[in-house]
Design a protein. Sequence first.
Length: 476
Amino acid sequence: MAAASDQLPDDVDTLRAALIEARTKLSGAQALIEHLQLVIAKLKREMFGPRSERSQRMIDQLELQLEELAAAAGEDEVKAARVQVQSFTRRQATRRNFPADLPRRRIVYPAPSSCPCCGGSKLSKIGEDVTETLDVVPRQWFVTEHVREKFSCRSCERITQPPAPFHAIARGFAGPSLLAMMLIEKYANHQPLNRQSEHYAREGIELSVSTMADHVGACAAVLTPLYELIKAHVFAAERIHGDDTTVPVLAKSHCRTGRIWTYVRDDRPFGGADPPAAVFFYSPDRAGIHPERHLAGYCGILQADAYAGFNTVYKSHRPGGTITEAGCWAHARRKLFELADIGSKARNQKSITISPIAFEAVRKMDAIFMLERSINGLSPEQRVAVRRRDIAPLVDDLIDWMKRERRKLSRHNEVAKAMAHRGLHALPRRRPHLPEQQRGRAGAARDCPWPQVLAVRRVRSRRRARRGHADADPHR
């Protein structure tokens, strides 16, 4: 017997209302499912997806027609089964060529003294076959004895001895090669000292973690003058790029997350002759006091993302001089690229909603980036001329297009969230084609230090932008 709740009413209006309610619940559930699938796809991409963000993978139209390609491939496979193909000889696979600067150890195997076929002894060399194999000599430990002989003068009875050799660490027993290996393993290969100690113990060398920690600290003190010179060179530039990233830190009972702050000087994209350099800082967290301390004595242009911790260094009356903010288009493009990349890699997951807006936004930005790469290395005057003539119309079109598309989207839409990420909902008003007297502090757009991004002026957050007109420039 059917339950009472399963009985349908006889009234048509009641049935219609129940159907509308059911459809509403179903559409809401479907939207939630699509949202969760999109979140899962983004997490999978962050874990397993490629790190490259080149535009070639975005403009591959074949992936947008995967079903048609699969059907065509099946049809071609059936046709190929009935086609007669002329036989051919497969080319023999060749080994890869190892670097020519590697030393070669030649092993020549003894030739036969007589012919294995007829037993004749009249053999003449006509060639040779060489097979190359890549090998390595394991790490070798050795002790260097620094011998300083003593001599006594028979005339004055004085003792003479050569001076002691230089040691990287005073009264230390570790040589410079061992110290360099410790530092490279720790900071470049991310091998903590306890693992290094275990590796060395398996090779018969006992080095405690505390001893190695003392060596690392002593090396840091010895290298401090070189670090200060690199730091002074980086912050002497008129423009620098700043960013931070997470780094795992080994703790007592767990692994915590620290921060590495990087500031880069690279004048090559606009024809600068100074050598590029980078300086690194570590902090246990991402508090805004860290960039304020790093940039205490800097005055110039800082190209960075829209992290709120940089806001204090952009104040006009800060001690030490004014820092001009130049927003980074690559950071603004990243969220849209992730959505577009998920769309191109979705394959047969038909339940995921694929919006063409993210794909079109990435395509428009890539067109700007392509023109930017073509003017790398030119003088500032040549770059600004090209930007006013060729790039400015693309920027204006992108801003107008994003304003129109943003009005059509709900604020809960993933594409709308990507547009709002890092101030993208309000694209910079400091456009590179404005006259010099109007651009003011936006001169960073002309002297962008990075080849793949266009330095732009980031406007304030949405909450502050609501106080005034949406197109108002707070710095005019």
